[in-house]
Design a protein around this ligand. Structure first.
Ligand SMILES: NC(=O)c1ccc[n+]([C@@H]2O[C@H](COP(=O)([O-])OP(=O)(O)OC[C@H]3O[C@@H](n4cnc5c(N)ncnc54)[C@H](OP(=O)(O)O)[C@@H]3O)[C@@H](O)[C@H]2O)c1
Length: 257
């Protein structure tokens, strides 16, 4: 039987991949044979991440292209450069996300609301539209987008962030519906609290550790490397009949009900 997780010959395009979960996902995709373009806003961090992964896998499989996910012209250039470097895209990982306001939704400034929705939701629609023709021409592909367990609960401090991540799941379901007949799958990954720079204010305190150690079934916070397996699963034939889903990866802190 063939290796269901083999990604040899596949081209992956990722946003938000210079550090944190994105970098771990890029490493896992490359380790399973994919050629990967990683993107984020800062070229120097991207170059360092690409070098680190290439050294680890012992081959030049990861390429660094700076792009701001919130700018359509950057996204077009990112896809053009990916085509020039590696050819058509088989796997899309929309992982870039922002959380720029902490407080009640009644107080969020319009600009912060718009930016959150644009980067976390609309930017992923732009990207999906840009790579879908590649996937259609090849008879299929896989798209995955990083949502959050914040999508499933209201919050008095991260409300608009949670709304944006719920809207992203809505986008995923619609992409799955619209592109499914062309062989394209679309899924969301919903992390719990993960020890990255992005969420440092939420986990870097004794109370958060104590809560994790007493309430999360697996008794720990998430680590970036907990996400490589999901990226390989969703990007590969191992998930050939999985689409339109929100895969929750949270140590059991959020169970289906
Ligand atoms: N950590 C958690 O607890 C948690 C929980 C649930 C969901 N998430 C989601 O997980 C995703 C990844 O976050 P992380 O925790 O791994 O964060 P991280 O370690 O801080 O990494 C974030 C990545 O996104 C890039 N980025 C940020 N804004 C961008 C933009 N406008 N355009 C392109 N790249 C951008 C960053 O690089 P540059 O700064 O160079 O652009 C970096 O590569 C996000 O969508 C986040 O909402 C995180």
């Amino acid at each position: 039987m063939k290796n269901l997780f083999d990604l040899t010959g596949k081209v992956a395009l990722m946003t938000g991949a210079s550090k944190g979960m994105g970098k771990s996902m890029a490493h896992a995709l490359a380790a399973h044979g994919a050629q990967v373009v990683i993107s984020s806003r800062k070229q120097d961090q991207l170059d360092a991440a690409a070098q680190e992964i290439n050294d680890a896998v012992g081959a030049t499989r990861v390429h660094a292209v700076a792009a701001n996910a919130g700018r359509p012209e950057d996204q077009q250039a990112l896809v053009d450069k990916t085509h020039a470097l590696l050819g058509p895209v088989d796997i899309l990982v929309g992982n870039a996300g922002v959380n720029i306001f902490y407080g009640p939704i009644s107080e969020i400034p319009d600009g912060a609301y718009e930016k959150t929705m644009q980067v976390n939701v609309q930017a992923n629609l732009w990207l999906a539209r840009l790579v879908a023709p590649d996937m259609i021409a090849r008879g299929g592909g896989s798209m995955m987008f990083t949502s959050s367990i914040g999508a499933f609960h209201p919050s008095e401090t991260l409300g608009v962030y949670g709304m944006s991540k719920l809207a992203l799941i809505g986008l995923v379901r619609n992409l799955a519906q619209e592109y499914g007949p062309r062989g394209i799958r679309a899924n969301a990954i919903c992390p719990g609290l993960v020890r990255t720079d992005f969420a440092k204010a939420l986990w870097d305190n004794p109370e958060a550790e104590a809560r994790a150690n007493s309430q999360i079934p697996l008794r720990r916070l998430g680590e970036p490397d907990d996400f490589g397996g999901a990226a390989v699963f969703l990007g590969s034939d191992a998930s050939s009949y999985v689409t339109g889903q929100a895969l929750t990866i949270c140590g059991g802190s959020n169970m289906w009900a």
